[in-house]
Design a protein around this ligand. Structure first.
Ligand code: GYE
Length: 324
């Protein structure tokens, strides 16, 4: 049995050494008996992501954790390479935010065989074997989608006319795109007056949000509402709407998710109508969980971030105190 395990570990190490690491990697922190964490980040696609990266890096420093940080530039293959490289470097623990939900079983099995615990942060994987990771720390994206839908239902409660909605989805196959869509549909789908007349990915970026919204505007003269899966795509779409001579927040009502500073500013300015908060400040909780896991303490298999929602009035009140 022991021989078999060592053979498997060896196999995993050999496989790991075949790949060169994708993206860029930086190491911060020091000390001999500190924890070394390999962290594979999605990329730098949005204001949310920038704040999340800073939170993870600052918290690692404060917690005395040596962080090997790798940016996957929104590519799953880069994340797999980074995780293999972390296994090869024998880090104490691996944390990562999976860009998409599917396709992680093989690399997670390699980490498990090498006895390196894995924590999922921010986004989920769809692996049936939940022993492949210790815990998943992040938001409830279905809940976020429902909150977006509930605002819309309330906003149009006294109207019987059809409401034409366009949707800017996040990265195709990512947990937040899948779940924010599902939660929203669950709520607005109950009333046939809401019609999703166009839905396409904007990859969570401002540039893509603008481009796709321009296309939506060209083919649909009658858009009442935009539901964007994040602030950045919504902000890009605002440029497209203004470019088409329409008034964002009035001619076209806008709902987004995240509540990053730029999004909150646009909400306070009346260009966005409602934002569902999604907190990127996961760093402190991640470091706590990592320490517990490495001490052999029991941790919950799911840790959900606490979040709220903002109207235009509320955005004006809290804008100056926002941390991200
Ligand atoms: O909403 C978006 C980012 O995974 C929750 O990714 C995260 C999402 C966030 O690009 O802005």
């Amino acid at each position: 049995m022991l021989k078999r395990i060592s053979a498997l570990v060896l196999a995993a190490v050999l496989t790991a050494s075949c790949g060169s690491e994708g993206g860029t990697t930086a190491t911060t922190g020091s000390g001999d008996d500190t924890i070394t964490m390999g962290f594979s980040q999605v990329g730098a696609e949005s204001g949310w992501r920038t704040a999340n990266t800073k939170s993870v890096q600052d918290s690692a420093k404060n917690a005395g954790v040596t962080l090997k940080f790798s940016d996957a530039q929104q590519k799953q293959e880069n994340q797999i390479k980074a995780i293999r490289s972390f296994i090869q470097q024998k880090v104490d623990i691996i944390a990562f935010s999976p860009v998409v939900e599917s396709g992680w079983d093989t690399v997670l099995q390699e980490a498990k065989r090498a006895n390196i615990p894995v924590i999922l942060t921010d986004r989920a994987v769809d692996s049936a074997d939940t022993t492949l990771y210790k815990t998943f720390l992040g938001s409830d994206f279905v809940e976020e989608g429902k909150k977006a839908g509930q605002w819309l239902v309330e906003e149009y409660k006294s109207s019987t006319d059809p409401v034409n909605v366009v949707e800017l989805q996040g990265t195709t196959g990512s947990a937040p795109a899948n779940d924010r869509k599902a939660g929203f549909l669950e709520v607005v789908g109950a009333d046939p007056k809401f019609k999703i007349i166009a839905s396409q990915t904007g990859d969570f970026t401002r540039a893509k949000g603008k481009e796709v919204m321009e296309a939506f505007l060209k083919s649909n003269p009658d858009i009442d509402v935009l539901y964007a899966h994040n602030d950045d795509m919504g902000l890009g779409a605002i440029e497209a709407i203004e470019g088409a001579g329409k008034v964002p927040g009035k001619d076209i009502k806008i709902i987004t998710v995240d509540a990053v500073k730029d999004g909150m500013q646009a909400l306070a300015d009346g260009k966005i109508n409602f934002i569902v908060e999604c907190s990127p400040l996961l760093g402190p909780q991640l470091m706590d969980l990592a320490k517990k896991v490495l001490k052999g303490e029991q941790v919950p298999t799911r840790v959900v971030t606490e979040e709220t929602t903002f109207t235009q009035e509320q955005a004006k009140e809290v804008l100056s105190t926002r941390q991200y």
